[in-house]
Write a protein that binds this ligand. Structure first.
Ligand code: FMN
Length: 192
């Protein structure tokens, strides 16, 4: 018979993100963040390619990126509310970890499998932050899709892209539970 890790299972059955706009300082310091990053790095990875990396954004970097989001939003002709949203994603974040998909070229492992591994690393990071007692939220947005923001602001190489930015901080409000998928429509049981 299996020997369940009930605490882990209970966590997975009840986990939920905390909206980024409800997160306040303090976020985890470097010492507190290391086990979270270590857990996230422990992710399935076909071919052991490690096709992802993490960029930790601390306060000065978040402020710099808020300014860059403002500049890039104006340069791209974005609507004011979209610019404000992107700016506040950085200006109001206590700490953020950018999960970067960093695919390995000329590998027998297809690119989409490398993407799945990078996505798994992002979920691992989100879940580890939540399990460590922080509020956390996975966001993207137009700014990270902008090559100038991604390359000049975050230091991505042209072949890399942002999987998600995981904002981590002290939660101030528990959000209401959101409806979860109906497994009746999601699961196919094949018995013959
Ligand atoms: C790849 C990806 C990108 C996302 N980007 C955004 C975003 O930019 N803005 C947003 O409000 N939510 C975004 N979300 C959704 C939030 O993370 C949302 O909080 C999450 O779906 C809540 O799920 P949970 O409660 O199961 O953790 C994104 C989710 C994923 C998987």
């Amino acid at each position: 018979m299996p020997d369940p890790n009930q605490a882990a299972l209970d966590f997975l059955l009840s986990r939920r993100s905390r909206p980024a706009k409800t997160l306040k300082a303090p976020g985890p310091d470097r010492e507190a963040l290391m086990p979270i990053l270590t857990a996230a790095a422990r992710t399935p990875d076909h071919g052991k390619l490690e096709p992802w990396r993490f960029i930790v954004l601390e306060r000065p970097a978040l402020d710099r990126l808020a300014k860059l989001a403002q500049e890039r939003g104006q340069a791209l002709g974005k609507e004011e509310r979209d610019i404000d949203k992107a700016v506040s994603q950085y200006a109001d974040s206590p700490l953020a970890v950018v999960v970067v998909e960093s695919p390995v070229a000329d590998s027998p492992i297809p690119a989409h499998e490398q993407s799945y591994s990078a996505g798994a690393a992002a979920l691992g990071l989100l879940n580890a932050a939540l399990a460590a007692g922080w509020g956390a939220n996975w966001l993207t947005g137009w700014a990270v899709e902008d090559p100038e923001f991604a390359q000049d602001g975050l230091g991505l190489a042209p072949h890399e892209r942002v999987v998600g930015t995981i904002h981590i901080g002290t939660e101030t409000a528990a959000p209401p539970e959101r409806p979860r998928p109906d497994l009746e429509t999601k699961v196919t049981w094949v018995s013959e």
